[in-house]
Design a protein around this ligand. Structure first.
Ligand code: B12
Ligand code: SF4
Length: 356
């Protein structure tokens, strides 16, 4: 017998099976594994940036090809463990009902509960901890919408679904109401087969988009997307787009609401994603009356917090400008006509001009 101690390689096939099992136990509906090659997606990303379709999202252009080259972002990365977690709220008012009532405020269903960044990051950390108990210290980094990572392309390659014409990831068994997250890792795990595309000839999402933001199948001009206009944009919302926002004051779900694959989606099992403070069905006037302190208090721990009070008022002013004229609406707007923020004043003035 040799005096040398043999270092045993982990059984990576078995480990991959365990990772899937642990993923489910930690609340992920699916876990897949892929390599780091994102060749064709990089070409699409660079073209998209070249055409300035990212608008003011400077963080999208800042990192160049780091987003499409995982090993350049985290040295030593050879595999990406990709996970998805359903978010469609298990309680709350039906989305269609809110969208059809112009006096109510529609907030995208992903944003009604706890901030998903926190939820997914914690679970991914626990997944990494479990892997460590089996293989010892290993190289990894956890992400969920938190770094230059091409999450949908990685998830597609890991078999979690395909990128639909609206550019969200769709799963044949679960629709598209889920978040993505990933662990970049140095472990040479066996990889999964990428998911095939099942959009076929369907164009429902393209036709349903209120602002024509899906300029061609698989191509989104973020500058027209209501999600961008209400969440990412910090300045003035282009006037010609304002009437098209309707009562959508935070994000937009229309392209996914019409997607036939969402008939197969299931509500989330996460209690943290349940709607808080009645935000699933509140009125525009009431939300517009919130003070800054109320805004900060009611949105603490939620992703809505990130847009800040000024953009909150900006968005609701647009919603009020789109609502049918009533005394209560013109009074609510007039009460904010002298707001200290020029951005808010400008949107309030526009909204009031719609009620003359
Ligand atoms: C920037 C961003 C946005 C931007 C731009 C969206 C976009 N399509 O890029 C804005 C603010 C508009 C946005 C909105 C939303 N977002 Co967002 N967003 C991101 C972010 C940070 C980066 C996305 C990205 O890489 N864009 C780059 C462009 C080039 O990618 P792309 O448009 O998807 O294009 C790909 C393909 O379509 C294809 N392609 C492009 N052009 C062409 C041309 C041809 C001919 C072909 C064949 C293919 C092709 O290749 C590209 C690369 O893979 C990710 C998190 C992350 N780090 O990945 C979340 C993320 C994509 N967003 C998410 C969510 C939930 C949303 C919203 C649903 C929120 C809401 N309800 O308001 C909306 C959906 C709007 C929509 N229709 O996409 C989830 C999506 C989950 C899922 N199931 O897919 C993510 C993954 C966050 C997360 N961790 O869960 N988002
Ligand atoms: S989220 Fe709304 S605005 Fe953006 S592409 Fe989808 S339907 Fe259009």
């Amino acid at each position: 017998m040799s005096a040398k101690t043999e270092v045993q390689e982990p059984d990576y096939r078995r480990l991959a099976g365990e990772i899937r099992k642990w993923g489910r136990e930690l609340g992920f509906q699916q876990t897949g594994i892929t390599g780091t090659d994102l060749g064709p997606d990089e070409i699409h990303l660079l073209r998209w940036l070249g055409e300035k379709r990212h608008g003011d999202m400077e963080y999208m252009s800042r990192h160049g090809t780091l987003r499409s080259r995982p090993a350049d972002l985290v040295a030593g990365t050879v595999r990406v463990i990709s996970v998805r977690m359903d978010y469609w709220p298990s309680s709350g008012s039906p989305a269609g009902q809110i969208l059809d009532d112009p006096a109510l405020a529609y907030l995208s269903r992903y944003a009604l509960g706890r901030d998903y960044h926190k939820v997914l990051r914690k679970r991914l950390q626990r997944l990494a901890d479990r892997i460590e108990t089996m293989v010892g210290p290993f190289g990894y980094r956890a992400f969920t919408d938190s770094a230059p990572v091409l999450e949908k392309a990685l998830a597609r390659n890991a078999g979690l679904g395909w990128i639909g014409k609206h550019t969200n990831l769709i799963n044949k068994q679960a629709g598209s109401w889920f978040f993505l997250g990933e662990l970049y890792t140095s472990l040479p795990l066996p990889i999964d087969t990428p998911a095939a595309n099942h959009c076929g000839t369907c164009q429902d999402c393209i036709q349903a988009c209120p602002t024509g933001a899906i300029v061609a199948p698989y191509q989104l001009d973020a500058r027209r997307c209501i999600s961008y206009l209400t969440i990412e944009l910090r300045g003035s919302i282009p006037e010609e787009l304002r009437p098209l926002l309707g009562n959508r004051i935070f994000g937009c779900d229309d392209c996914q609401l019409v997607c036939p694959w969402n008939r197969f989606s299931r509500p989330t099992r996460e209690s943290g994603f349940r709607p808080r403070h009645g935000l699933d069905a509140d009125s525009l006037v009431r939300l517009f009356s919130w003070s800054e302190d109320t805004f900060l208090e009611k949105t603490r721990g939620s992703t809505i917090h990130r847009i800040g009070y000024e953009c909150w008022l900006r968005n609701i002013a647009v919603g009020l400008g789109n609502a049918p004229t009533s005394k209560i609406i013109t009074e609510a707007l007039s009460a904010r006509a002298d707001h200290p923020s020029a951005l808010v004043r400008e949107h309030v003035a526009w909204a009031l001009s719609r009620h003359k």
